[in-house]
Design a protein around this ligand. Structure first.
Ligand code: PEP
Ligand code: MN
Length: 338
């Protein structure tokens, strides 16, 4: 249930609404927008409550029910676009934020070379996996702690924030010590204990769409992070399973306008894991920016032929730099910049 307060409401009136909700056994989340305050009343029994319980309180302008399963991620809760700041980089504003780097951190030389390449081409955030949840247990699983240390070193040397995937809920604190953004992988989109831990950490987090998740399931998973008070949530479309097998996953381009309509959260697109092949990555990346994505997450390797993971979908430094030039023109044509 959404309680919209009048523009001239007082703190005491807001506190009264919160008090009434809590005394009825409900949880509360506030959106203290610049324009007006919205109080979300949350709990499994809100359906049984009459809206009048809140409508009669002073300072309340309107009370409505959110009919969708997701609440805090919805536009009903927050009308204005959310912007997630990482250092001075705003994700969800006019700038198209490009995060790029290797699938996995493999060595110091590889990560530093990749960082140099992607930064000089215009990417502002560096990606690199330290924990690699692989389809097969016999595949390379990542450098783990050493990988985290190298990401921190890349940040120190080159000044660009870094993002990496966290796989285990018990690792959230440790991983967050080394990186700026935690990534929740597609296979963990509904790992609710991981979501809760990342929510409690309150640090910027990229939530990838599950391989077979609907947009509603994805936004409802985002509510797990938001419910813990983490409002720094960035969604990432990375392709879903369909009957089509000429690419690794089908990039659901329509999820971009759909998410933008129904959610206030910033949304980036990962064309690499959707494409599965480097030759398809540029077209998908450009389509994503044209369709309204707020950023991209792209795999780039200094030498894809030598990559331990996902070499086939990694862009070479020169392909990435060409793509960035093309993306700039598209960004301008949709009123954005890179
Ligand atoms: C990744 O970004 O390295 C990754 C494993 O992606 P996904 O979770 O989308 O498969
Ligand atoms: Mn990968």
């Amino acid at each position: 249930m959404i309680v919209e307060m009048r523009k001239d409401t007082t703190q005491d009136e807001i506190d009264d609404v919160i008090y009434r909700a809590r005394s009825l056994g409900m949880d509360v989340q506030l959106n203290s927008g610049t324009d007006k305050t919205v109080v979300a009343i949350l709990g499994k029994d809100t359906g049984k409550l009459s809206t009048d319980v809140f409508a009669v309180l002073p300072g309340v302008e309107s009370v409505s029910r959110i009919m969708k399963p997701y609440k805090l991620a919805s536009r009903e809760f927050k009308m204005a676009d959310s912007i997630v700041s990482v250092d001075d980089i705003e994700i969800g504003g006019r700038r198209i934020v490009v995060m790029a780097g290797p699938c996995a951190v493999e060595s110091e030389e590889q990560l530093m070379e990749a960082t140099m390449v992607v930064k000089s081409a215009g990417a502002c955030i560096v990606r690199g996996g330290a924990f690699k949840p692989r389809t097969s247990p016999f595949s390379f699983q990542g450098l783990e702690k050493k990988g985290l240390e190298l990401l921190a070193e890349s940040r120190k040397r080159f000044g660009a924030p870094v993002i990496t995937e966290v796989v285990d809920p018990h690792d959230v604190d440790r991983v967050a010590e080394y990186v700026d953004i935690l990534q929740i992988g597609a296979r963990n989109m509904q790992n609710f204990s991981l979501l809760t831990q990342v929510g409690k950490k309150k640090c910027p987090a990229v939530l990838k769409r599950g391989l077979s998740a609907t947009i509603t399931e994805w936004l409802t998973a985002a509510d797990y992070l938001l419910a813990e008070g983490n409002d720094k949530v960035i969604l990432c479309e990375r392709g879903i399973r369909t009957f089509e097998n000429s690419v690794r996953f089908s990039l659901d381009i329509s999820s971009i306008p759909v998410v933008k309509r129904f959610s206030h959260l910033p949304l980036i697109v990962d064309p690499s894991h959707a494409a599965g092949h480097y030759s398809f990555v540029p077209a998908i990346a450009k389509a994503a920016v044209a369709a309204g994505a707020d950023g991209l997450l792209i795999e780039v390797h200094p030498n894809p032929k030598e990559a331990l993971v996902d070499g086939l979908q990694a862009l070479t430094p020169s392909d990435f730099s060409r793509l960035m030039k093309e993306l700039r023109a598209i960004a301008i044509s949709v009123g954005r910049y890179i």
